[in-house]
Design a protein around this ligand. Structure first.
Ligand code: ADP
Ligand code: ASP
Ligand code: MG
Length: 421
């Protein structure tokens, strides 16, 4: 059972979470729980780090990522202890576990570490003896023996890794919505809950901006075959006893084979804070793309959509791509420094772009899915700046002013709106 930040936002909610855990425990299940920090806590901790003075000197890092991890991991330490106490007060044997105590081993990429291994041994033993394990999400221990965090939203990944590590029968992700919707219900009130979503589609949805699950958690679930059930922690804990046969609302993330009725389009996702960069009049010859993207990669700038035009006379062309808004300054510096090697004439950039994506496994076998999107956006006067596609998604870059309009328009265009009550 994993509970996110809004589900443990205050003491009353932590008590409510304890009631959900008690229900499963009383039904005879052996339970491990993963918790996030209280809503807003991690943001506060991050902002404290960002307010600290940095080391002076040319190549100094912005801040020591190991200390960042030690600070921002603290929110989960608090909620795991509080939940353990709440459970004890209900007569349940429970204890908290920090990442290093399990241990949940990560690599050295502080701030966005990947889980390498998890030793479920002691937890399995104690669960067998009736003790509930309350695990602090978002954290592990790196080979340098320092605390490491898993990137924002990382408690989902802790939960999936733990579920795999203890060979759990179920991994329930409790959050502030009662499942995965056809799009973010905060943007489109007409969004509908999906009963089942395949791992592959969920991976695309999460990668393309649907923050309901961290991308890495879906990857891990897919690799280890951990079926996820996304459900709400705000449902009455005593009225949703799945063990007793009640069917709580929620979304099952599972193998494609388990989904009988496959829609052509499953959902619409969007990602804000993208920036567009265009290099004008780049020489059209072998090696140019490498000259553009190698230095960006070396500077750890994550390039996303890439569009290169075919030149009219074979001499010069335009190259457009996107980077996260936050990396735009760095990217421009890198490109300016490499102007000699690349040989472009001007670099133009536009921050504040949004990438809207249409996702669906059914696209593999259906024609005309993309044209529906383009026509619907054209009808609303939304200008398209760049397009990329894969087998199961279409991504469209637009101005951020049109983000919500575009999400709702595409949602309707593919018939995803729920029928008015
Ligand atoms: P938690 O703190 O429980 O991890 P998050 O805030 O990380 O919760 O994720 C839940 C939120 O994800 C929802 O409140 C919702 O606004 C957002 N969201 C974005 N896209 C979707 C979607 N397709 N379906 C459901 N929720 C979505
Ligand atoms: N508390 C961490 C965050 O806000 C991890 C999580 O909530 O999943 O990113
Ligand atoms: Mg989350």
């Amino acid at each position: 059972m994993k509970f996110g930040g809004t589900s443990v936002a205050d003491l009353e909610r932590i008590h409510n979470v304890a009631r959900h855990v008690k229900r499963e425990h009383d039904a005879g299940h052996e339970v491990a729980v993963v918790v996030s920090a209280m809503a807003g806590k991690t943001n506060e901790l991050v902002s404290w780090v960002n307010q600290m003075p940095t080391v002076t000197g040319s190549n100094a890092p912005f801040f020591d990522a190991r200390e960042y991890d030690s600070i921002v991991a603290s929110g989960e330490q608090v909620t795991s202890g509080l939940l353990a106490i709440a459970l004890q007060s209900m007569g349940i044997d429970a204890r908290s576990w920090l990442g290093w105590q399990i241990p949940l081993q990560t690599n050295n990429a502080h701030g966005a570490a990947r889980i390498e291994d998890i030793d479920g041994g002691e937890i399995i033993e104690r669960m067998g003896a009736g003790q509930v394990a309350v695990v602090a999400g978002f954290q592990g221990i790196a080979p340098d023996n320092r605390i490491a965090t898993l990137g924002r939203g990382g408690s989902d990944t802790s939960a999936v890794a733990l579920a795999a590590g203890i060979k759990a029968d179920r991994c329930d992700i409790y959050t502030d919505v009662d499942g995965v919707y056809t799009t973010d219900p905060r943007v489109a009130p007409s969004a509908q809950r999906l009963d089942r979503v395949s791992f592959e589609e969920m991976l695309e949805m999460a990668s393309l901006g649907a923050k309901v699950l961290q991308v890495r958690s879906v990857e891990l679930a897919m690799v280890h075959g951990v079926r996820l059930f996304v459900r709400s922690s705000f449902d009455d804990p005593d009225a949703t006893d799945s063990a007793a046969g009640a069917n709580p609302p929620g979304t099952l993330i599972c193998d494609e084979d388990e989904i009988v009725e496959q829609q052509i389009v499953t959902g619409i996702a969007y990602a804000k804070d993208e920036a567009q960069i265009s290099l004008r009049r780049v020489a059209d010859k072998p090696g140019v793309a490498a000259a553009v993207f190698s230095p960006l990669a070396e500077a750890h700038v994550n390039v996303d959509m890439i569009v290169q035009n075919v030149s009219e006379d074979g001499s010069v062309t335009d190259m457009t791509f996107t980077v996260p808004d936050g990396d735009l300054g760095k990217a421009k510096k890198v490109l300016e420094a490499a102007q000699g090697d690349i040989g472009y004439e001007v670099v133009q950039s536009d921050p504040g772009m949004v990438k809207v994506s249409v996702i669906g496994i059914g696209m593999r076998s259906h024609a005309g899915v993309a044209s529906t999107a383009f026509q619907a956006l054209a009808d609303k006067g939304v200008n398209i700046r760049a397009i990329t596609t894969s087998e199961i998604k279409i991504s469209i870059l637009i101005d951020s002013d049109y983000a919500e309009l575009a999400v709702r328009t595409l949602h309707s265009a593919y018939g995803l709106d729920k029928e008015a009550a």
